[in-house]
Design a protein around this ligand. Structure first.
Ligand SMILES: [Zn+2]
Length: 289
């Protein structure tokens, strides 16, 4: 599942090819239309396919930013509004001159939204598993979960925020892995980077937040921020379906010490898996206490 570094990679690539461009037409897949007819909400949330097309057609792209694991596209027709996108499990954007140019068949077959830009190129959103989301919002406040997100992990106030949350009655007795994967505690750290950070810090994923000293919590936060930055530099992690807008994979997965490993990369002990907050958590029973 794309986490902060992967979304950042996509945003950095979409920005230069789209800012200032106008959307001249919008296509929505039959799959989405059928789901709407069935009263379901595949990808397009709280907006019908026709309204979505109407709203975006003719709009100019003013800004493309990342907030946590969301992509915020600021658009302007008469007024400014937001297209907010979450990649879900397998969402991917491609910048291509034709849909046939999308590099892999599995992505080509699952294109659900196509924005045709005024330079003739397409921004195509493919989503194999359809857990991705798109919302048209007047402001962030129209979708309250966005307002609850922790500060970006690279800004000054993020550490203080993390400590406050981790030491609060709501989180202090929870397993540390669950705490750091909660987007209201730290923005953008999912299963992959939480697993790696805890391994680097030699902390057992089930240890209660309250049983980690403040000094170690600070170090853990710094380790998470460092891993996220390292992954941005490596073009993100490609576990299965993450691709950048040119169809390329990231390389951060080659640097993992624990995620997806059968044996600890430090001591060779067989890794164990425990379920925390519904997610499989891999750890080394010998290194992580
Ligand atoms: Zn080990």
């Amino acid at each position: 599942m794309p986490e902060l570094p992967e979304v950042e990679g996509v945003v950095r690539q979409i920005r230069p090819v789209s800012i200032g461009k106008r959307i001249v037409s919008v296509d929505v897949s039959e799959t989405i239309r059928k789901s709407k007819h069935l009263g379901k909400e595949a990808i397009l949330k709280r907006i019908g396919a026709d309204s979505f097309q109407e709203r975006l057609t003719g709009a100019q792209i003013l800004a493309v930013e990342r907030r946590s694991k969301y992509i915020y596209m600021t658009l302007k027709s008469e007024q400014e509004f937001l297209l907010v996108n979450h990649l879900g499990m397998s969402g991917a954007w491609f910048f291509v001159d034709s849909l046939l140019s999308i590099p892999e068949d599995k992505f080509r077959r699952h294109v659900h939204v196509v924005l045709t830009l005024d330079d003739g190129n397409l921004l195509a959103f493919s989503d194999i598993r359809r857990f991705g989301e798109m919302r048209v919002l007047e402001t962030e406040a129209d979708f309250p979960p966005l307002l609850l997100m922790a500060p970006e992990p690279f800004v000054d106030e993020a550490l203080e925020w993390f400590l406050q949350q981790a030491e609060s009655p709501k989180f202090r007795n929870k397993p540390i892995k669950e705490v750091i994967m909660d987007g209201t505690v730290i923005s953008g750290c999912g299963n992959i980077y939480a697993t790696e950070a805890l391994f680097r810090m030699r902390i057992h994923p089930k240890r209660a937040a309250s049983r980690i000293s403040r000094k170690r919590k600070v170090e853990l936060f710094q380790a998470i921020a460092a891993i996220l930055l390292e992954s941005i530099d490596a073009g993100g992690s490609t576990i299965s379906d993450y691709r950048n807008i040119n169809g390329e994979s990231g390389s951060m997965q080659n640097r993992f010490g624990m995620y997806g490993k059968k044996a600890c990369s430090f001591c060779g002990t067989e890794t164990k898996t425990v379920k925390i907050a519904g997610r499989a958590s891999v750890y080394c029973p010998s290194c992580q206490k």
